[in-house]
Design a protein around this ligand. Structure first.
Ligand code: PMP
Length: 367
């Protein structure tokens, strides 16, 4: 396209330098087209938007999932990790050899560790013991130093986030503080939101997702609402999660015991300040599992349980808006991070959750 326009518009001497410029531009574009990058960091973002066929057919809407499980570190948190570190570097807080400390359910830790490896930082990750072994093993295999703590609410000083803050002080390290650091939300306002808008040419009626730090929901919403104030924003969180109640009746109390990881926030984080959703829905683990198994088995998308919450939530949003609308949600990470939980019949049985026949059949000895 560009070379053709060049031919029609340019001639002679000036044309030669223009030709060079056009040629260079084309070569540069070719690199982008063929996804050639100087570093893995450049591969963060620009994930595909995938139509969720069955959810769309069932509701008469177009429901899309942003495939964040395809990020280099395997989750939506790569974007936040990139912004948290780059922001600290710009402020002069980090230099070669610095230590980065963070309290995380795992995914932000993975992003920070991979980026830390490529930028020359040591990473110390404080993680609740209850998080999946797969994420912990992955972190160890990246070289992260793991500090495991018993799960405790935020008001407890030994809560993983609060402990990570103290540890960072003791070590003279940089505390990434994804929950209250606005660089997290900015990552989604400046990348995830614009990508979704461009991918659909602005044809989007609603966006929904669950909240861990709130960076994704508040950041994407800020961008989409600035583009079109009529877009509906929905919080879709696990059953009993505090935030749904908070936005529905002002009461910030958690009564849930969901098996989902990385979501179900119990306070208004810095990233959520000033944010209010148009609607909010509670999704049970059984409903989220069903939504996740559905796309694994029928659409070839092997996703984790927060993505199941998001898909089930998108279906609720679609049902409340009615047919003909376009809804986007986030496929936060991949199912391999929860192999021994949501894909393990004995774990599901112990949690009194339904076990699909295909899953128990597939666990039988190989033919
Ligand atoms: N899903 C998973 C699997 C996560 O790890 C997280 C982040 N903890 C989220 C969803 C929520 O993302 P955010 O922190 O942007 O709210």
């Amino acid at each position: 396209f560009r070379p053709l326009r060049y031919k029609a518009e340019t001639r002679g001497r000036v044309a030669r330098s223009t030709r060079e410029r056009v040629l260079l531009r084309c070569l540069f574009d070719m690199r982008l087209v063929h996804n050639v990058y100087d570093s893995f960091e450049d591969a963060i973002g620009n994930t595909p938007l995938i139509k969720l066929r069955r959810a769309s057919e069932r509701t008469g809407c177009n429901i899309y999932g942003k495939a964040e499980f395809m990020e280099p570190g395997g989750s939506v948190k790569d974007r936040a990790a990139l912004y948290l570190l780059t922001d600290a570097e710009k402020r002069g807080t980090l230099k070669l050899g610095s230590i980065v400390v963070e309290g995380t359910a795992g995914n932000t830790g993975i992003g920070l560790t991979l980026l830390g490896n490529s930028r020359g930082y040591r990473t110390v990750i404080v993680i609740p013991e209850t998080q999946s072994e797969e994420k912990k093993e992955f972190l160890r295999s990246c070289g992260a130093e793991l500090v495991q703590v018993p799960a405790a609410p935020y008001r407890n000083p030994n809560n993983y986030v609060r402990l990570s803050e103290r540890l960072a002080k003791e070590l003279g390290a940089f505390w990434a503080n994804q929950f209250d650091n606005p660089a997290n939300r900015r990552a989604h306002e400046e990348t995830t939101g614009p990508e979704i808008w461009d991918q659909l040419d602005g044809h989007i009626d609603a966006f929904n997702c669950a909240v861990g730090t709130g960076g994704t929901l508040a950041g994407v919403s800020a961008f989409l609402r600035a583009k079109n104030p009529g877009i509906k924003i929905a919080l879709t969180d696990p059953q009993g999660a505090a935030l749904v109640r908070y936005y529905q009746c002002g009461e910030l109390v958690s009564v849930g015991d969901s098996i989902t990881e990385g979501i179900g926030q119990s306070r208004i984080t810095g990233n959520l300040e000033g944010f209010v959703p148009d609607m909010s829905f509670e999704i049970s683990d059984a409903e989220a599992l069903q939504a996740a198994y559905d796309v694994v088995r029928h659409e070839g998308l092997h996703i984790g349980l927060s993505s199941g919450i998001n898909i089930a939530g998108a279906i609720r949003v679609a049902e409340s808006l009615g047919p003909g609308h376009t809804i986007v949600t986030i496929l936060c990470d991949g199912g391999s991070r929860y192999q021994k939980k949501m894909f393990q019949p004995s774990f599901l049985e112990q949690k009194k959750l339904p076990i699909p026949t295909w899953l128990s059949d597939s666990m039988k000895p190989d033919l």
